[in-house]
Design a protein around this ligand. Structure first.
Ligand SMILES: [Fe+2]
Ligand SMILES: [Fe+2]
Length: 274
């Protein structure tokens, strides 16, 4: 099964750019790229920061745009989103307690979409109410589960980003530890960085967003770091006993040299046969 993971699309009013880049235009470029190469994907998930300022107009535009995408799409909200404005446009995605969380079954597992947004802060929160919801979902089914969330559930050891990570991450990892045999993978966004690792033995991955990019500048301890690295989306393949995660840099404008072309160079030594 193939799944598309997008994150941090940060939609803005038309004409407004972030880092000199137009989020709507870049979202369109991502969708075009996805439909060219991955129209057979089973599901597309956008893990939050859908709107840069949580504006209702951004959600309305996104809803209309997604209606024309022939792949099922599910959404998480992030710190830049406004839960109430989002809920007004996507009422079907609102669950108990008003949180934007839900369930979607695929042939390779049951997807759970988590809400880590907390008003008035860029940091992520996962309160007792949301933990209880997640525990109930993990208890009611044997799995395997795929989890999707905006904030990183582990520290990055990048000071400025760690200040706005999921602040309840210890409790979250303890829950992951209890259900590690059922959770196959956790996908997150927020950092605008390609990341891989595990929490409590559960594999996790993240990627650059479809618009502006971060940079892991370890020497900067106070301010967030941005870069001009290419815009990206993720493609994930699930086999019976493996998961492969790609980050496709659709914003890369350099050359792509194909084997056999004059610029590619020698692949094989004369004595080496394939
Ligand atoms: Fe973001
Ligand atoms: Fe974020």
């Amino acid at each position: 099964m193939k799944l598309i993971h997008l994150s941090d699309i940060h939609l803005t009013t038309p004409g407004t750019t972030i880092g000199g880049r137009d989020p709507r235009q870049n979202f369109e470029r991502a969708v075009t790229h996805i439909l060219r190469d991955h129209h057979d994907a089973e599901l597309m998930v956008i893990t939050g920061d859908l709107s840069d300022w949580g504006d209702r107009e951004d959600y309305q535009w996104l809803k209309a745009r997604l209606e024309t995408v022939p792949i099922p799409v599910r959404l998480c909200i992030g710190n830049h989103d406004n839960r109430e404005a989002f809920a007004g446009v996507f009422p079907d995605l609102v669950s108990e307690g008003g949180f934007i969380q839900g369930v979607h079954d695929t042939p390779v597992g049951r997807c759970l979409f988590l809400d880590t947004n907390q008003k008035q802060t860029h940091a992520g929160h996962y309160c007792a109410e949301r933990l209880a919801w997640l525990t109930a979902r993990l208890d009611e089914h044997d799995g395997p589960f795929l989890l999707f969330m905006h904030h990183n559930p582990m520290p990055l050891h990048l000071g400025p980003l760690d200040q706005i990570r999921l602040l309840d991450d210890v409790a979250f990892r303890q829950l992951a530890a209890r259900y590690r045999d059922r959770i196959r993978h956790i996908f997150f966004g927020h950092c605008h960085l390609p990341l891989a690792g595990s929490i409590a033995g559960v594999p996790v991955s993240s990627l650059r967003g479809t618009n502006h990019a971060s940079y892991p500048l370890f020497s900067e301890t106070k301010m967030l770091s941005a870069s001009d690295l290419p815009e990206a989306y993720g493609v994930v393949f699930f086999g019976e006993d493996y998961v492969t995660v790609h980050m496709v840099e659709f914003g890369y404008t350099g050359e792509i040299r194909v084997e056999g072309s004059p610029e590619y160079g020698d692949w094989n030594r004369e004595t080496m046969l394939r």
